[in-house]
Write a protein that binds this ligand. Structure first.
Ligand code: UDP
Length: 213
């Protein structure tokens, strides 16, 4: 039973995929909270003060932007679109402008500049990384936080990428068929969720002990 449970676990797949991507993002010089994967389901991460903003990056129109702006799913956008949402479940994570972030002090203008720069670099890098394995990076969500080297020191904190990057918070479509290889398989009741996440892991060259066939 334990091997069956492990075999079908989306969380295990996300853990290994996110480890792989976070390490790759570190290698292009963007600091992340990721330190190491401890086991199938746990990772050691730096403790950050989370900035309460979800950064959504869109290369192709899909998901919530389609009904919101009356755009057809699958339309390539003429440029990368970065949207911000306030992380607040009670309010339903409302979309906000950069001005709201600065006005209400969720991040400073300087912090927002760093976040925006990191976000575009991550998008360029991941778009290429996924295209190289036959996958289109349609959109994804990032979160950032502040790392204090020394809680008592007056040093400015370092902005770091937080959360995870996995098929749970990215839209990934097969480049040949446009088949969905992400959480939308679950959201839209398409089935084949585990197989799709396993295929992403396989194409990325992520090795998962016992799950490898
Ligand atoms: N997303 C996420 N967490 C959220 C909201 C969105 O990871 O709370 C990701 C989602 O997986 C997609 C992108 O951000 O890759 C854009 O999501 P969208 O605004 O279209 O909302 P959704 O259709 O996912 O509700």
């Amino acid at each position: 039973l334990s091997s069956l449970t492990r075999r079908i676990s989306i969380s295990v797949l996300n853990n290994y995929i996110s480890e792989h991507i976070m390490q790759a993002v570190e290698q292009i010089g963007i600091p992340t909270h990721f330190l190491k994967r401890l086991n199938d389901r746990e990772q050691l991460i730096r403790k950050l003060e989370i900035i309460p903003v979800e950064v959504v990056v869109r290369n192709v129109a899909a998901g919530s932007i389609c009904p919101r702006l009356g755009i057809e799913e699958g339309s390539a956008l003429p440029n990368t679109l970065v949207e911000f949402c306030l992380k607040d479940d009670v309010l339903g994570d409302p979309i906000i402008a950069a001005e709201h972030i600065i006005t209400f002090g969720w991040a400073s203008a300087d912090e927002l500049d760093v976040i925006y720069d990191y976000t575009l670099r991550i998008n360029d890098f991941l778009t290429g990384l996924f295209y190289g394995i036959g996958v289109r990076l349609i959109d994804f969500k990032l979160e950032f936080g502040r790392f204090y080297h020394d809680q008592d020191a007056a040093d400015d904190p370092v902005i770091m990428l937080a959360d995870e990057i996995s098929p749970d918070n990215c839209r990934l479509w097969d480049a040949q068929t446009n088949e969905k290889m992400d959480k939308d398989r679950f959201r839209r009741d398409l089935g084949g969720l585990v197989e799709a996440y396993q295929e992403i892991a396989k194409r990325l060259g992520v090795s998962i002990p016992d799950l490898d066939q």
